[in-house]
Design a protein around this ligand. Structure first.
Ligand SMILES: [Zn+2]
Length: 245
C-alpha cells in the first residue's frame, strides 16, 4: 500500500451504465475459470500467418485504450501460465476486452475475431477522440474525489490538485483529465487512510450528526439539534437523578 505506483489508477474512461451495456466483448475466454462455458478459448485464435505488421498496430491500439473497470487481481495467461499484469477491462468505446488480451497477440499470435479487427481497421488503428468529452468526464466522476482540490488548466489537460497552501490531507492528490481523449487518471493519497483511521471515531460521530442535519432544512434542522441537545442533557442528568433517588 505504501508503493506510490499502486496509488495511481491506469488511464480510465468514465462511461455510463447504458454505454457500458452496449460494449461488445472480445478476448474473454471460456473454460473452468469463466462462468460462461461456451466462450471461445485462445488456442482457437492462434494464427501464425497473421501479418506481424498489422499485429503490432493492433497491439498498440489495445495498449493505448483506457480502462473502463479496474480489477483488484492480476490475470494469468491461459496458454503459457504467465501472470500478466492487471486484469482491468479496457475499451475503445465500442468494444471491451481484458487488459491482458494484448499479451495473447504479442506472445502467442492470437488473432482477434474478424468483427473486432475490421472495426479497428475502419478506425485506421486510432482511438476515436474524445471517447467522452473532458467536461463530461468531470461531471461523471464521483464528487468526493474532488474534495479539497483546486482546478487548473494545463492546456492539454485539466488538473485537480490540493492548493499549495492546503494543510489538510485530501483523499486524492492528483486527478488529471486529458482534453483530447477525455481519459483520466487518479492518484490517491497513501497518508489519507492512516489519517482517516486515526480520526475515525470522531469522523464517524461528526458524519452521523451532520448527515441527517444536512438533509434537513429550516425549522426541521433547528428541531433536530434541539433533539440532539435534549438527548445529551438526558444522558448526563439521568445518572445524577438516579444516584439521588
Ligand atoms: Zn502467455
Amino acid at each position: 500500500m505504501t508503493d506510490a505506483a499502486s496509488q495511481t489508477t491506469p488511464w480510465m474512461i468514465q462511461l455510463t451504465p447504458l454505454e457500458r451495456s452496449k460494449l461488445k466483448k472480445v478476448g474473454f475466454w471460456g473454460g473452468d475459470a469463466v462462468p460462461w462455458q461456451d466462450a471461445p478459448v485462445p488456442e482457437d485464435f492462434v494464427d501464425l500467418t497473421w501479418s506481424s505488421e498489422e499485429r503490432a498496430r493492433v497491439s498498440t491500439y489495445l495498449g493505448e485504450s483506457p480502462a473502463v473497470e479496474c480489477a483488484m487481481f492480476s490475470a494469468t495467461c491461459r496458454i503459457c501460465g504467465k501472470r500478466d499484469g492487471r486484469a482491468d477491462w479496457v475499451t475503445d468505446g465500442v468494444w471491451v476486452w481484458p487488459a491482458d488480451f494484448r499479451h495473447y497477440l504479442d506472445a502467442h499470435q492470437v488473432k482477434p475475431p474478424a468483427g473486432f479487427l475490421e472495426h479497428i481497421q475502419r478506425m485506421q488503428f486510432r482511438l476515436p477522440a474524445p471517447l467522452v468529452p473532458a467536461e463530461t468526464t468531470i461531471e461523471r466522476i464521483a464528487s468526493p474525489f474532488f474534495v479539497g482540490l483546486e482546478r487548473t488548466d494545463e492546456g492539454h489537460a485539466l488538473l485537480f490538485r490540493p492548493p499549495p497552501t492546503s494543510r489538510k490531507p485530501t483523499f486524492v492528490t492528483l486527478l488529471e483529465v486529458r482534453k483530447e481523449t477525455g481519459c483520466y487518471q487518479v492518484t490517491f493519497n497513501p497518508a489519507y487512510r492512516e489519517d482517516w483511521e486515526r480520526h475515525s471515531i470522531w469522523r464517524t460521530l461528526a458524519l452521523a450528526l451532520a448527515t441527517p442535519a444536512g438533509a434537513l432544512t429550516g425549522s426541521r434542522r433547528i428541531l433536530f439539534w434541539l433533539f440532539v441537545i435534549a438527548c445529551m442533557g438526558v444522558s448526563l442528568l439521568l445518572p445524577l437523578w438516579m444516584r439521588r433517588h
